[in-house]
Design a protein around this ligand. Structure first.
Ligand SMILES: [Zn+2]
Length: 498
């Protein structure tokens, strides 16, 4: 009897101590919590940590959304936020004000934003230091996407106001890597610090740094396409077929080039920083990719109109589907884009940057989507029931084959099927075939695909750019001309042979 009260006192003491210890631990913000809340913003992707850990509240929600996604088609989404539980209201209010400030920062001058941000941060940090607050990492209600869509465009989901991040799911077999439109959507949400994707296998998170501020969302879309296309082009060059699961380094490269860092791993585990791929920006296959984009655009959008108004000027497809920036393609580009294309044609612009410029110009005119191996036009996610044009290069024995195909999506089997070819290029003999725009027949338009130039060169990374006097055998004309090249193109100065 004498011992009983003593035990009770001891038990009370222990409870009090453990409660105290827990509260103290909660008040220390981890590096990851600081980054997710926006209290700290890394200067550049190089300043982001090597790995990432998510708060427990979000991890629980991620497990739930993954389980729900497994039981239904389509994508699910949720908004993620942080709620401060202050004993006094100061910190809670300050956190709300901080989230609002982050969401509306683009409406403020940089000076005004910096001043307000500093004030609020001091209030929040002061509240934390005096030990008045815990915090809850909240996982919002689950939003359901379109069941028929194989990839619901992420912008159907909205997370505004206080949301610090958003998560959505990718149905199998898609990996958890953010798509071109995922990265673009994330950049358009100024207040959000992170974007999460959950798939059947694992998850990924993209985290913003200061460098992401003010980057146009379109830039992320274009770079996602150029890096993923570039990785697959580099692979077919070395005889390796493309494998969807290995595109993480290309997505990481697009994320870093637009001021973000990418992490992937399992839900609840430590997420690993994905290293950006180093691709060969001088690969001439980017010229083939650019021509593929234009051929796809023609058959997706212009075919009907061209038939009505015969002679559609320079925008018809009459250049070789070969990996060159040849005079006929340049003429076509000038007819389509006017002076807007000139910066991309400037000497010293890499094939990679040329392709990126073309994608940027086209994005203002037509609908296309970035795929892993190429592009689709229209963006097949707009309406999967309709056939679309698709560009890709694939390994063919020791060589590779690049093509522009019409593709249909079979909604019952969930697979894509080639309807027919509009163009293809064979690396083995450098031959190319085009569907003739006049009669719609696929034929070998030219067995010697490229205009042949010999003469003065200005070398840029081992590549000859015609400069000064030389000769040019123009295929289709069967004539070799003496030419004089300048930055404006070339002028014919005489005939060499018939
Ligand atoms: Zn997505």
């Amino acid at each position: 009897m004498g011992q009983f009260p003593k035990l009770c006192i001891a038990a009370h003491l222990m409870l009090a101590i453990s409660a105290y210890a827990q509260t103290t631990a909660n008040q220390t913000w981890s590096e990851f919590e600081s980054l997710l809340s926006g209290l700290t913003v890394a200067q550049s992707p190089a300043d982001l940590p090597k790995y990432f850990e998510l708060p427990e509240g979000w991890v629980r929600g991620l497990r739930t959304i993954k389980a729900k996604a497994a039981t239904r088609k389509g994508e699910l989404a949720a908004c993620l936020s942080l709620r401060a539980q202050a004993r006094t209201n100061d910190r809670d209010k300050a956190m709300k004000a901080y989230a609002n400030l982050m969401a509306t920062r683009n409406q403020l001058t940089p000076e005004k934003f910096a001043a307000m941000e500093k004030d609020l941060r001091q209030t929040i940090e002061a509240a934390g230091a005096t030990g008045v607050g815990g915090r809850t990492w909240e996982f919002g209600g689950i939003q359901y996407g379109d069941e028929l869509s194989i990839e619901v465009r992420y912008n159907k989901f909205t997370c505004d106001g206080e949301a610090l991040a958003a998560v959505h799911t990718h149905p199998p077999p898609a990996p958890a890597l953010p798509s071109d439109s995922d990265l673009a959507h994330f950049l358009s949400k100024k207040g959000q610090r992170a974007s999460l994707v959950v798939a059947e296998k694992g998850m990924c998170i993209a985290v913003k740094t200061k460098l992401a501020d003010g980057v146009p969302p379109l830039r992320a879309r274009v770079l996602h396409t150029v890096y993923t296309n570039g990785l697959s082009l580099n692979r077919v060059r070395s005889g390796k077929d493309t494998d969807d699961d290995d595109f993480a380094p290309a997505v990481a490269a697009a994320a870093e080039a637009t001021g973000m860092g990418l992490y992937c791993g399992d839900i609840g585990a430590r997420l690993t920083r994905i290293s950006a791929v180093d691709i060969n920006k001088q690969d001439d296959l980017f010229y083939l990719a650019a021509k593929g984009l234009e051929i796809a655009r023609y058959w997706a959008f212009e075919q009907g109109r061209a038939a009505q108004s015969s002679g559609s000027g320079g925008s018809s497809i009459d250049y070789p589907y070969a990996p060159t920036l040849d005079p006929r393609f340049v003429t076509y580009l000038r007819a389509r884009f006017g002076s807007d294309i000139e910066p991309a044609l400037t000497r010293g612009v890499s094939p990679f940057d040329f392709y990126a410029s073309l994608l940027t110009l086209e994005a203002e005119k037509i609908s296309f989507g970035g795929g892993l191996n190429g592009i689709t036009a229209p963006d097949f996610r707009d309406d999967i029931a309709k056939p679309f044009l698709s560009t890709a290069c694939t390994v063919d024995g020791r060589d590779f084959l690049c093509s522009v195909r019409r593709v249909g999506y079979d909604t019952t089997t969930g697979t894509t099927k080639t309807i027919d070819f509009r163009a293809f290029y064979r690396s083995a003999d450098r031959s190319w075939y085009l569907v003739d725009v006049r009669d719609g027949e696929l034929r070998l338009v030219d067995d010697d695909p490229t205009d042949r130039y010999e003469g003065g060169c200005e070398y840029s990374n081992m590549r000859c750019r015609p400069n000064g006097p030389g000769t040019l055998k123009v295929k289709g004309e069967g004539v070799t001309w003496r030419v004089q090249y300048s930055s404006e193109g070339y002028t014919k100065t005489g005939k060499v042979t018939e």
